[in-house]
Structure formats: structure tokens, C-alpha cells
Design a protein around this ligand. Structure first.
Ligand code: G3H
Ligand code: 13P
Ligand code: ZN
Length: 325
């Protein structure tokens, strides 16, 4: 029996993106796999009055169980309503769906938005599978994100060593033929914690804002998505390395560049790795300082506190999504 996202209390991304485009900010899309992460995301977004996209990858569905995840999403909505008299809009989104079948399964299971990532396919096959997902999603008022151009790094099962930037000449045709609601593009970001090979002290290469501007010129007012947008916060890298970890040369996208992108047609910014780093760093610290500790609440709790602070700071200082509700 299909479950509608509306019954669960989720909204699709249409109005979120319209507002973000009009007011020059980006909606955060934060990945979650477990209870502490979803609690932290909702708490931070309620406190900072930000809309939010709860993002679930195929790997997250396999890890946490698809049914449990959906009810965790519903639980997050109920928790949010208890926390504030002015509810924030929350979307439940499939991240990097790699087939029509997984997108359909998510739409049938209460997701309000899905990504079909056909970026590893030929252009024609990408158009074909994306169009098929859009046609199905329309019937349920679910919004669809497509992707053109390839990011380096791991995108779930879709992995690539080298990126290739989005070709602006293709975007108009892609959007028209598929009917997607938003488009992920490749302008120099990549997934994971090692985004650039730079020597200590060297600065990272800037994002290709020229490609973004050309895309905006060709599809004015169309919502653009940035994947691989973690900044790989160096305080947490230092903490990880100090307490027994080894993450040398981990580096991400500088926050100023994301701030600039958020003011443009970029309406959704995807952040996963920064959350992973915060959790890992804080848990390592607790373990190092209190080697006798064995109550998960005593190390997951502090990790959750730092996650809340980190997400609030993203909303307030980077994406500009704070104080919108
Ligand atoms: O883009 C990839 C996201 O960070 C999800 O990662 O597939 O390991 O859950 P995952
Ligand atoms: P990061 O690895 O930079 O957090 O990117 C996350 C992402 O794009 C999820 O789709
Ligand atoms: Zn991604």
C-alpha cells in the first residue's frame, strides 16, 4: 500500500526552491543514517528557523532499513511540531537514486523528493531514465532532481575517479526534455573529505563560477543543486588526528565560496561529510579522555551537541537559510 508524503507531513521542494531563489539563499540538504543525526538536523533547523531537506542515500536505506527510515522521518516531523509553534518545511529526499526502481520505491514510501542520478550514463540514457522518473513522480506531486556532469568521488554505487564539468550547452535541452524540477551540476565540488590535492598552506582552486553563470544564463530562474559541498572543517580534522585518527590532507570547499553560490541560482546545497567528521571527532575525543566510558549516550550525546552547532552555523553563516520561518 503506497504511503503519500503528504500523510507523513513532508513537503516537496517546489516552494522551498521558489523562496530560496527569490531571496538569494540555499536550502540545506543534510544526510542522515541514524537517530542522533536526524535529531541534530531537526533541532538545528528549528532553532535557526530554516527549511530543511532530510536526505537519504541508497546506502542509508540499506543500513538503517527503508521502513524504519521513513518512520524516523515521520517522527522527526512530529518532534519538530512539538518544538515550535511555527513549523519549518521539511522534505524527505532520496539522494543519488541510480535507477527508476529505487526512485519509485521511495515515492511509494513517503518521500517528497527524489534524485535520479543518471550522470554516469550517456546523455540520451540520462534523459530517458530521468524523464521516466519525472513522469511517475508527477502523479504523486513529488519533485525530481536530475544531474548533468560528473563529480569525482563516491556517489553511492556510482563512483568516478575524475570529474567532468557540466556542459552548459546541454542544460536547456535536458531540462526541457526531462521536466526535472532542479538540476545538480558539476563545477568543481566532489564527494568525501579529500576534495583537492593541495600541499599544506596552499589554497584550493576556486569553483567554476563561470560555468554556473553560463548555466544560469541558459535556464534563468531554474533551481541548481550543489553536491559535494562539505567544507571539511579543519577544527574537527585536527581533533580527529589529535585523538588517534589519521586524516592527513583532508580538505573541502571554503565556506566563502559556498556563501557566494548560495546567493545565486544554487537553491540546494548537499552536506554529508561535515556531519560525519563532527561525529567521528567528538566520539574519538570522548574515548581518548574517558577510556572507561561504555554508555553510547555518553559519546553519541556530545557528538549530537556538536552536530547541532555545526548545522546551525551552516544555516546562519554559509547557506543563508536561517530566519526564513
Ligand atoms: O553523495 C553521497 C552521500 O554522501 C551519501 O553517502 O552513499 O555513503 O551514504 P553514502
Ligand atoms: P559531501 O561529501 O561534500 O558532504 O557531499 C555530500 C553530497 O553531495 C550528498 O549527496
Ligand atoms: Zn551527492
Amino acid at each position: 500500500m503506497p504511503v503519500s508524503h503528504k500523510e507523513l507531513g513532508f513537503v516537496n521542494t517546489r516552494e522551498m526552491f521558489r523562496n530560496a531563489m527569490k531571496d538569494g539563499y540555499a536550502v540545506p540538504a543534510y544526510n542522515f543514517n541514524n537517530m542522533e543525526q536526524i535529531q541534530a538536523i531537526i533541532t538545528a533547523c528549528v532553532k535557526s528557523k530554516s527549511p530543511v531537506i532530510l536526505q537519504v542515500s541508497k546506502g542509508a536505506r540499506d543500513y538503517a532499513n527503508a521502513t524504519l527510515l521513513r518512520w524516523m522521518g515521520k517522527g522527526a516531523i512530529e518532534m519538530m511540531k512539538e518544538m515550535t509553534p511555527s513549523p519549518i518545511p521539511v522534505a524527505l529526499h532520496l539522494d543519488h537514486g541510480d535507477s527508476f526502481e529505487i526512485c519509485k520505491s521511495c515515492i511509494d514510501n513517503g518521500f517528497s523528493s527524489v534524485m535520479i542520478d543518471g550522470s554516469a550514463l550517456s546523455y540520451e540514457k540520462n534523459v530517458e531514465v530521468t524523464g521516466k522518473v519525472v513522469e511517475y513522480a508527477r502523479q504523486y506531486d513529488v519533485t525530481v532532481e536530475g544531474e548533468l556532469g560528473v563529480l569525482a568521488g563516491i556517489e553511492d554505487e556510482v563512483s568516478s575517479e575524475h570529474s567532468h564539468y557540466t556542459d552548459p550547452a546541454q542544460v536547456e535541452d535536458f531540462v526541457k526534455k526531462t521536466g526535472v524540477d532542479s538540476l545538480a551540476i558539476s563545477i568543481g565540488t566532489s564527494h568525501g573529505a579529500y576534495k583537492f590535492k593541495v600541499k599544506p598552506g596552499e589554497s584550493v582552486p576556486p569553483l567554476r563560477f563561470d560555468i554556473l553563470e553560463e548555466v544560469e544564463r541558459r535556464i534563468p530562474g531554474f533551481p541548481i543543486v550543489l553536491h559535494g559541498a562539505s567544507s571539511v572543517l579543519q577544527d574537527y580534522i585536527t581533533m580527529i588526528n589529535k585523538y588517534g585518527g589519521k586524516m592527513d590532507n583532508a580538505v573541502g570547499i571554503p565556506e566563502e565560496q559556498l556563501r557566494k553560490a548560495a546567493k545565486s541560482a544554487v537553491c540546494k546545497i548537499n552536506i554529508d561529510s561535515d556531519g560525519r567528521l563532527v561525529m567521528t571527532a567528538v566520539i574519538r575525543k570522548v574515548f581518548a579522555e574517558k577510556p572507561g566510558e561504555f554508555d553510547p549516550r555518553k559519546y553519541l550525546g556530545p557528538a549530537r551537541e556538536d552536530l547541532v552547532k555545526m548545522y546551525m552555523s551552516k544555516n546562519e553563516n554559509v547557506l543563508g537559510s536561517a530566519n526564513r520561518y
